[in-house]
Design a protein around this ligand. Structure first.
Ligand SMILES: O=C([O-])CC(=O)C(=O)O
Ligand SMILES: [Mg+2]
Length: 616
């Protein structure tokens, strides 16, 4: 529960500047064990820039400073006087709308996406409300900067662009003390954590601690797309080392300079982390796993699902968004899902997650499990996944999709044999869908469905243009990273959809948090997929889109959350009781408001003779 600051602050102290500043953001004086509670927040830090923050101070200070710099010229004259900052700002008082305009002008001055990213992260540091308002009002333009694909580049350059700490870095050397580190986080009401160990950042591989850009970016979307309050979100990197030699050799690298720890020590560390989160933030605190290596991603999901409030976005979130796209495509191809033959390039987290959810969706259509699995062909680095593979070594996840056929080596051959109606790429091999493969898809199908899901753009299996131009503009295309509009030979404009889990995880998380769901089973994923598919309009489809436009993604999140919450109550999975009468109002009441709260509470007026407290 957020409390109003004047309920926490003794009024007689209000005119002490640091007190006022601390009070403006009551979260920082409300929590147990936070640095604020230890009294540090009362130091006169407010008129300093980051250079002057006394050594050893923590993010509570940094956030505190930002409260001042935060709303900037939007501080009213009353607020400036009560806060003791009158004169420190120029005379002009701006509305938030005017500030949004300035953000637009400022970011347009940068040409390089990475510079735009640095600008936006600076804005987030200075003024959280403005950042989220700007992002929320410009989703289609700004998402590719704070999120995929630019966030991938940001991770690759993290050491270079690192300005300020954001999130928690917990290293393997902190083993035994993970709980104490969580206690150093100044917020106490944390409801959602996105955690990575940096082993498989997008399709870019092992970026170690530089992977922190991903939890930060994902949680920025939690707030921007689903209104989950920023202080309830905590990005975490578990730094267990990196096996990327260039990072180990890089003087700018910010993480532990050692090879990855694996085995029992790693497992104990993760277990300690999970338990520490529950102890610190409660068992309803959502833990979203992101960009772990394949083996750990599957293993950890199996170990923790049902016992902790957790899901794996790369396995389950990506599955839901891809299945949503497939379900929407059926309205164009006029088929049932179970009438398709689906070939996957890749058999990792995303591909296997999608494949399993496809089987679930086909079963929901009345198909038997065996028939559903027979319709799914998977190709990994050794070729088609077949039973009795000569090299052996199929893990149990792949085994479930092994075809009873002779080995086939290349994707092109598999496509020739299977004649799929759907081709899905999720192996981070850029350009794997060659023009030849795409042309074959066009020969086999009137409307071939082609998903190039790997991220960032450089890892996409093909571009939108390649998919369209090699199939006489007949392809139904979606990609993980955004692609520009395409003009067909007969002059139609196609807007390829972004089959990215960002359509799913924010709304899913909002629903999980609102209803207090711990056991996040796959029926929630299928439900999210179905409800997203149901939001695709005929007009979207006629322009080649399999998803609603990004401009509507916030609305999609709330609608997904509503379905999730309703389903949770129906299936007895909701721990928040009693069930709300109006689900949507219940959800919306918990969402973040991007507008500024007044720093001066309404009980104050500002007469000529100075501030005074009105009787309540
Ligand atoms: O971050 C994204 O854009 C989607 C995703 O989870 C991944 O590629 O790992
Ligand atoms: Mg991911």
């Amino acid at each position: 529960m957020e409390r109003d600051w004047w309920q926490l602050t003794p009024r007689r102290d209000l005119y002490s500047v640091p007190e006022c500043l601390a009070a403006v953001d009551s979260r920082h004086i409300s929590g147990g064990n936070s640095s604020a509670e230890r009294g540090e927040v009362n130091e006169p830090f407010l008129l300093v820039d980051e250079k002057h923050i006394p050594a050893g101070n923590t993010s509570a200070h940094i956030i505190g400073v930002n409260v001042l710099y935060g709303t900037g010229l939007a501080f009213t004259i009353e607020e400036r006087q009560v806060l003791g900052i009158h004169g420190l700002l120029p005379a002009r008082v701006k509305s938030q709308e005017e500030q949004v305009q300035l953000c637009k002008l400022s970011i347009e001055r940068y040409e390089e996406p990475l510079n735009k990213y640095i600008y936006l992260m600076g804005l987030l540091d200075r003024n959280e409300h403005l950042f989220y308002r700007f992002l929320g009002e410009n989703v289609a333009e700004m998402m590719p900067i704070v999120y995929t694909p630019t966030v991938g580049l940001a991770c690759q350059k993290y050491g270079l662009i690192y300005r300020r700490p954001r999130g928690l870095f917990i290293t393997i050397h902190d083993k035994g003390h993970v709980y104490e580190i969580l206690k150093n986080w100044p917020e106490t009401d944390v409801r959602a954590i996105v955690v990575t160990d940096g082993e498989r950042i997008l399709g870019l591989g092992d970026l170690g601690a530089c992977g922190m850009g991903i939890p930060v970016g994902k949680l920025a979307l939690y707030t921007a797309l689903a209104g989950i309050k920023p202080h309830q979100c905590l990005p975490i990197t578990l730094d267990v080392g990196t096996n990327t030699q260039t990072l180990l050799d890089d003087p700018l690298y910010i993480g532990l300079r050692q090879k990855r720890v694996r085995g029992a020590e790693y497992d104990e560390f993760i277990q300690e982390f999970m338990d520490a989160v529950v102890r610190r933030f409660g068992q309803n605190c959502l833990i979203q796993f992101e960009d772990f290596g394949n083996a750990n991603a599957f293993r950890l999901l199996e170990m923790y699902r049902g016992k902790y409030c957790t899901f794996n976005d790369d396995i389950q979130g990506t599955a839901a968004v891809a299945v949503a796209g497939l379900l929407a495509s059926l309205r164009v191809t006029c088929k049932k899902l179970s009438e398709n033959t689906i070939v996957f390039q890749g058999a990792g987290e995303a591909a296997l997650g999608i494949a399993e959810l496809c089987v679930m969706a086909m079963k929901a259509e009345g198909t038997s499990e065996a028939d559903a699995r027979a319709r799914v062909w998977m190709v990994d680095s050794k070729g088609l996944i077949v039973k009795d593979r000569p090299e052996g070594g199929l893990n149990k996840h792949k085994e479930r999709f092994a075809q009873a056929r002779a080995p086939v080596r290349s994707l092109a051959e598999v496509v020739d044999i299977a004649k799929p109606s759907v081709l899905i790429g999720a192996a981070a091999i850029g350009g794997a869908f060659t023009p030849e493969i795409l042309r074959r898809m066009g020969e086999f199908n009137d409307k071939p469905v082609i998903f190039a899901l790997s991220n960032p753009t450089s890892k996409a299996e093909c571009t939108a243009e390649a998919a369209y131009s090699n199939t006489d503009d007949r392809a139904i295309f979606a990609s993980g990273s955004p692609f520009p509009e395409y003009r067909t030979k007969d002059g139609r404009v196609l807007r390829p959809g972004q089959g990215n889990n960002s359509y799913i995880f924010p709304g899913l998380a909002l629903g999980i948090i609102c209803a207090g769901i711990i056991d996040i089973t796959d029926d929630f994923m299928l439900l999210a997929a179905e409800s997203l598919a149901g939001m695709v309009s005929d007009s979207d489809l006629s322009h080649g889109g399999l998803y609603p436009p990004l401009a509507q993604i916030q609305d999609c999140s709330v609608r997904i959350a509503k379905k999730i919450v309703e389903h949770a109550y129906k299936t007895g999975k909701a721990s928040v009781q009693p069930q709300p009468l109006d689900t949507e109002a219940f959800i919306r009441a918990q969402m973040y408001d991007v507008r500024y709260n007044s720093a001066v509470p309404p009980v104050y007026s500002w007469p000529r003779d100075g501030p005074r407290v009105d009787a309540i």
